[in-house]
Design a protein around this ligand. Structure first.
Ligand code: ADP
Ligand code: MG
Ligand code: MG
Length: 252
């Protein structure tokens, strides 16, 4: 069972006028098979946490530890983290000009599995995953995220999730900008991967809406760069009613 352990994580970002501390001591443990919702107001540092775990160069870890099964994640390159099983679905997925979805997926799978997937089974695997996510077959020949609608970008992230089968999936606002139908399709994808019991999920969100479709085991309120409160699903209900005001007061 893979376990991601974040301990007292401090992260700064290079801003104009010098480095600025965004994460101020994050503690969190995510085990394979568990779903943790991280909920918090805009600007609280949720994406910074996601990027820091994935190894984005703009974010500098100034303190604390992150381990995956005891292995030092912070010492790994971005590629090594992906191979170790850390997957990030970005809040704002980036365009990859000149690279088709089909090539991108196969290259990613090859890098992560350590060998190229057998063509015939792979084509079938991709086709079936696309069908489940209601993605048109022609999508495979388009360039990654180029001209994609918000919903297409998020479906493409979940398509990667289904095909790459990570140990730890960090989903950064995968629900934002989705209409109800797309939200359902995307949530079904997340739930399928989750039902395998093989993935630990960090579901980062601003809104409680997605939690109607994806039931978290644990809910954490994120405010001013740290986890301000942790609880069960009932904590999300409280946030739905009361918002984040209590956590923001005197915070950031
Ligand atoms: P959230 O995802 O919770 O909305 P973010 O992690 O995106 O929060 O941002 C947290 C804070 O860090 C914000 O004040 C934001 O402006 C700042 N920040 C994040 N990334 C950068 C960056 N690359 N350059 C400058 N400031 C940043
Ligand atoms: Mg934000
Ligand atoms: Mg964000």
């Amino acid at each position: 069972m893979a376990t991601l352990e974040i301990h007292d994580l401090h992260v700064s970002v290079d801003a104009e006028g010098g480095p600025r501390e965004i994460l101020r001591g994050v503690d969190l443990t995510v085990k394979q098979g568990e779903t943790h919702a991280i909920m918090g107001p805009n600007g609280s540092g949720k994406s910074t946490l996601a990027y820091s775990l994935a190894g984005h160069p703009k974010y500098t870890v100034t303190g604390g530890t992150v381990t995956l099964d005891g292995e030092d994640v912070l010492a790994m390159s971005v590629d090594e983290r992906a191979r170790a099983g850390v997957f990030l679905a970005m809040q704002y997925p980036v365009e990859v000009p000149g690279v088709s979805v089909s090539n991108f997926l196969r290259t990613s799978a090859t890098a992560i599995r350590g060998e190229a997937p057998k063509l015939r089974t792979w084509v079938k695997e991709v086709k079936e995953a696309m069908e489940r996510l209601h993605i048109d077959p022609s999508f495979a020949e388009r360039n990654v995220n180029e001209g994609f609608s918000g919903g297409e970008k998020k479906r493409h992230e979940i398509l990667q999730l289904e095909l790459l089968k990570p140990a730890i999936a960090i989903l950064d606002e995968t629900d934002s900008g989705l209409d109800v139908d797309a939200l359902r399709v995307v949530s079904e994808g997340v739930n399928r991967v989750r039902e395998s019991g093989q993935v630990g999920t960090l579901l980062i969100t601003h809104y409680t809406r997605i939690l109607r479709y994806i039931k978290p085991d644990h809910v954490h309120v994120f405010a001013a760069g740290r986890i301000a409160e942790s609880g069960g699903p009932e904590l999300a209900d409280k946030l739905e009613e009361e918002g984040y005001e209590e956590y923001v007061k005197g915070g950031a």
